[in-house]
Design a protein around this ligand. Structure first.
Ligand SMILES: [Zn+2]
Length: 243
């Protein structure tokens, strides 16, 4: 026991990597999680076939009020992503609201409404992404009533033990290029981060259309890198089962 406490202190001091501190043989390789937000149709039409080529699943955060509308995903597509691709659907409120800035009753209706929609349509509903990364204590308490994990919008190192209610992510932008995103993953491996989450919104050829768009070619280059490096790619909930 004393030996364990000593080891624990040392690891805290040196900021050791993704290791279960009570089991020195449990050194874990960095897991990569790919997430999509906001239900753009390119997620199904463009990203999904590329993901299938490599057998990678993703976590798909959906603001449910936007589904089935112009250039957005349909419920049927969400089922195909889950059933054929092993994807996980997650909550993102009904209308992509700024949760701390609205009445708490309205915030609960937005959070619970999204959760219930997914449940009523037999879709997965374990994880939640904060719209634009905004939360406060009251909002977080409500989210925890419905969901098992929360992803925000900040990028930080996620080391052992991973806090499932405070997950970070790298927000892929149209001026990044695949090199910068791959560079972020490599940095995570070097620093023994348990997980690196990369978040995408639009996968479209004309990436100047949106600051959060990247091209299909850039997206495929990232997937090729993950495949060549034999990195583990998991959904958020699968990853949390590992750590
Ligand atoms: Zn969003």
């Amino acid at each position: 026991m004393i030996k364990r406490i000593f080891k624990f202190s040392l690891m805290l001091f040196f900021g050791y990597g993704c290791t279960n501190i009570f089991d020195s043989d449990s050194y874990r390789e960095t897991v990569v999680v790919l997430t999509f937000d906001d239900a753009h149709s390119s997620i199904y039409e463009t990203a999904f076939p590329l993901m299938q080529k490599f057998g990678f699943p993703a976590t798909n955060y959906i603001n449910t009020g936007i589904l089935n509308s112009d250039d957005r995903l349909t419920v049927e597509e969400l089922h195909i992503l889950e059933d054929e691709g092993g994807w996980e659907t997650g909550g993102h409120t009904v209308h992509h609201v700024n949760l701390p800035q609205i009445d708490i009753e309205e915030a609960e209706a937005e959070i619970a409404g999204g959760w219930k929609f997914l449940k009523d349509h037999n879709l997965k509903n374990r994880t939640f992404a904060l719209p634009s990364g905004h939360a406060n204590i009251e909002v977080t308490k409500i989210i925890k009533k419905y969901f098992h994990s929360i992803r925000g919008s900040e990028d930080f190192k996620m080391k052992y033990p991973v806090d499932r209610y405070s997950l970070g992510y790298y927000d892929a932008r149209n001026n990044d290029g695949s090199e910068k995103i791959i560079g972020r993953i490599l940095r995570g491996i070097t620093h023994h981060e348990c997980v690196v989450i990369i978040g995408f919104h639009y996968i479209i050829a004309d990436k100047e259309m949106h600051s959060r768009a990247i091209t299909p070619q850039e997206f495929e280059e990232i997937l090729e890198f993950l495949h060549e490096r034999k990195l583990k790619v998991m959904t958020v909930s699968e990853m949390l089962g590992e750590f």
